[in-house]
Design a protein around this ligand. Sequence first.
Ligand code: FCB
Length: 436
Amino acid sequence: MLSSNGFDKATFPKDFLWGSATSAYQVEGGNYKNQWARWESQGKIENGERCGRSANQYELYEGDFDLAVELKHNTHRLGLEWSRLCPEAPDRFDEKEIAHYRLVLEALKKRGLTVFLTLHHFTEPLWFFDAGSFTRSGAERDFAKYVSRVAKEFGDLVDFWITFNEPQVGMMGTYWADFPPEKNDLELTAREFAGRLRGHAAARTAIREQRPGARVGFVNSISEFLPHRTQDFLDTTYAGLYDYLWNRIWYEAPTTGWISLPSGGPDQFVPELKDSCDWWGVNFYTDQRVDSRDPRGVTNALRGERVTQMGWTWQPAGLYRALQRYSSLGKPLYVTENGIGTLDDLERVRFVADHLRIVSLAVENGMDIRGYLYWSLIDNFEWANGFRPRFGLIHVDYESLARTVKPSGRFLAEVIEGGAVTRTLMEKYLPESYRF
Ligand code: FCB
């Protein structure tokens, strides 16, 4: 936590983009033709939960977007569910679903919101996943077919295109075995990563063919991997490996065009990958400590450290370092996700205030950061952890599906309105015990 001593005000540029982010699968409900739905049916989620109808945003989107506007957001980030649009095969589109998403995007535009659209956010249609996902050579062409149709249909309604959300999280499935396909295989991870990078390049080319001036970016999860024992050779070596796989490859390759991966065979140069991000999205939650004695190599919290419902520690300074890394790439930056899973909403107020103060400082120090999107607008299905973690600015009652704005939602609305986090605002929302 940042100290409030002497703190007065953290300001933001006038044309700053403010809003929140969601992904299709986590909020929509009714998606059963992807690898996650199948994995859930095998009892893999905490408490055996299933995403099911989730928050049913598929039907309730208008009300949710009204709430975003009420909370002063000028931007919204959402995703498309590929398995809904192409449930059976690469070029067999469900026209009803295309019409549906057009209505959804129009609903955002009618409300004057700037739209960030994610094309791939963890879920994949079963036909694609079962054929080897992006490890299969030529998989990028199937991805590009979907992207091309989407760009043709919705190009007039999208301001910022996101090819992949957090492509590095693939490692949770191929290397750390926490997500489907539950593998622990570095060679598979390397092939998957190379395929995702080619997929990004192919998707950007497809979007640009339909919309020449489109702003296409990557949204990366950034986490520093620090050796648990700073002088330990193995801890340091693993930390370096994870830093490369989780962080560096995802901005180096789209900048240079070179894909270079441990266990991934010879380096490849992909011309369309070179300089393929018009902007960068930074998702930040926490940093990691690497302990090579742990079979997974990564430990999160030290004993006694303050953690969120996800077991993640608070590291606002890590956000500064993440922004610093990306800043050197010379393109506009957006914080496309930042948030906290907690049942204590005042903790969320504190979390948002701490991280916004970091963003403001980074802007003041010359970094080109143009927006902040909180994860998430509403409570939703948190992947392997099911519905337990509550990330929303808006509470969802999963029985009645009623939405209730939380104090943190109101806090952020006041920050947006005034263009600043102020001491007065923090004092208004936070009792003394949360302030220091
Ligand atoms: C990110 C994911 C997002 C959400 C948050 C908490 O890694 O992009 O879908 O689950 O974590």
